[in-house]
Design a protein around this ligand. Structure first.
Ligand SMILES: Cc1ncc(COP(=O)(O)O)c(C=O)c1O
Length: 444
């Protein structure tokens, strides 16, 4: 019989993967996980340095989550949420509202980050429609990433992922990303951020009355290259939304569930959105689940007589899957039990310590970090900030070397991303930064 990797190459089309390259290499087939480590079919161990694409929170095979899922399997694996309800869905909604930023009171479930954003967009648009206003535009940021479905791609601003689909997308207004390292003004301070928010206001004014919502990733634009917003930018965005009466949709898909050091990134700036999109870490990385949270004000705009059709016509086969809800509930319990967020500062210190050494390397242009979200931008020339060309595959070469040394990470172009599980120990964080440093040295 053909080996697993041969059968993989014969039958599978992997996401975000140049399959010609894939076919030319030996795929890594992961068989099991334990704690912060993954094990391949040959029994080799790797540290899960990107939390299995930013989803894992408390490690693999976490006893409490395993048991919660098994217990739920014995009760009910799935039943529709259209016209019916179930205990884990109800209890989880109550818990999410208890930890959510002030004002968010309603939970609309779905099953991945992209759909949580789609729902946010449709909710915002229909909200204004039902208030008697037609607002077909959304304001969003360049370099934004909100997922791969057409609505979320419309909100996106990454040339590489999104440009080819441009003719299929609906119209949006794009503000510059507050990307200090590459903003061109050469400033790396708060006034830079304020210049960007000035641009936001200008665009809102130019399109007054037509914008449903400002849609953005709070504090960190993840897939865009771990772009960290200057302090105050999000607060200013909230003020502008209030001033011009547009909704604020925050995509906390990547930043939520402790990744930036607080449960939700918007807490760093004391901001509450009108709509908040959650996914990834919600189940601790166990099962696909997403939630779009909103206020009572928005929810109430959808109430009316059946025949008025103010209903929110959106739903999925697996909306609020009970197994996923049970995993999410157990994940939230582990947050309490382990005091996950309380231990973040000491762990962040360990991570920051390791990154300091990386920062000094000659081909490292910028090291950006918020909590456990890290981007290391590699440059050909540190002084001029000249990027490596795509053909040089610098990011891919670094992560390949890291893998050889027992660390699984992924690049975003020339940016090496580290996003370890929150359960990582200070010693493990030191170790992974050391492997990353060695890998960068050996490739550059
Ligand atoms: C900020 C943000 N929004 C949305 C998504 C899309 O989530 P999913 O891949 O679950 O559809 C991602 C995925 O990386 C993300 O980082």
């Amino acid at each position: 019989m053909a080996s697993l990797s041969e059968r993989d190459k014969k039958y599978i089309w992997h996401p975000f993967t140049q399959m010609r390259d894939w076919e030319a290499t030996e795929p890594l087939v992961i068989e099991r996980g334990r704690g912060n480590y993954l094990y391949d079919t040959e029994g080799r161990r790797y540290f899960d340095g990107v939390s299995s694409l930013w989803v894992n929170v408390h490690g693999h095979r976490r006893k409490e989550i395993d048991e919660a899922v098994i217990k739920q399997v014995r009760m009910l694996s799935h039943s529709t949420f259209l016209g019916l309800s179930h205990p884990p869905g109800i209890i989880l909604a109550e818990k999410l509202i208890a930890i959510a930023p002030e004002g968010l009171r309603r939970v609309f479930y779905s099953d991945n980050g992209s759909t949580s954003v789609e729902i946010g967009l449709k909710m915002a648009y229909q909200y204004w429609k039902q208030k008697g206003e037609n607002r077909p535009l959304f304001l969003c940021l360049k370099e934004a990433y909100h997922g791969d479905t057409i609505g979320s791609v419309s909100m996106g601003g990454m040339e590489l992922f999104h440009e080819i689909f441009r003719p299929l997308l609906f119209k949006t207004v794009k503000a510059p990303a507050p990307f200090c390292y590459r903003c061109g003004l050469g400033m790396k301070n708060d006034s830079c951020g304020m210049a960007c928010s000035g641009e936001l206001e200008k665009l809102i004014k130019e399109n007054e009355g037509k914008i449903s919502a400002l849609v953005m990733e709070p504090l960190v634009q993840g897939a865009g290259g771990m772009i960290m917003h200057p302090e105050g930018y999000l607060r200013r965005a909230r003020e502008l939304c209030d001033k011009y009466n547009i909704l604020l949709v925050l995509d906390e898909v990547a930043t939520g569930f402790g990744r930036t050091g607080k449960m939700f990134a918007c807490e760093h700036e004391g901001v509450s959105p009108d709509i908040m999109c959650l996914a990834k870490g919600i189940t601790g990385g166990y099962l696909p689940l997403a939630a779009t949270l909103t206020t009572e004000k928005i929810y109430k705009a959808f109430l009316g007589d059946y025949a008025e059709f103010r209903t929110f016509f959106h739903g999925h086969s697996y909306t609020a899957n009970p197994l996923a809800c049970a995993a999410a509930l157990a994940n939230l319990e582990v947050f309490d039990k382990d005091e996950t967020l309380k231990h973040m500062p000491e762990k962040e210190d360990a991570l920051a310590g390791g990154l300091e050494k990386i920062e000094r390397l000659p081909h490292v242009g910028d090291v950006r970090r918020k909590g456990f979200m890290v981007g290391i931008e590699l440059v050909k020339d540190r002084k001029t900030r000249e990027p490596y060309l795509p053909a040089e595959k610098i990011g891919i070469r670094v992560i390949t070397e890291a893998r050889r040394l027992g660390l699984i990470i992924r690049p975003l172009g020339n940016v090496i991303v580290l996003m370890p599980p929150l359960s990582s120990t200070p010693a493990e964080l030191k170790k992974i930064t050391e492997i990353t440093r060695k890998s960068i040295i050996s490739v550059t």
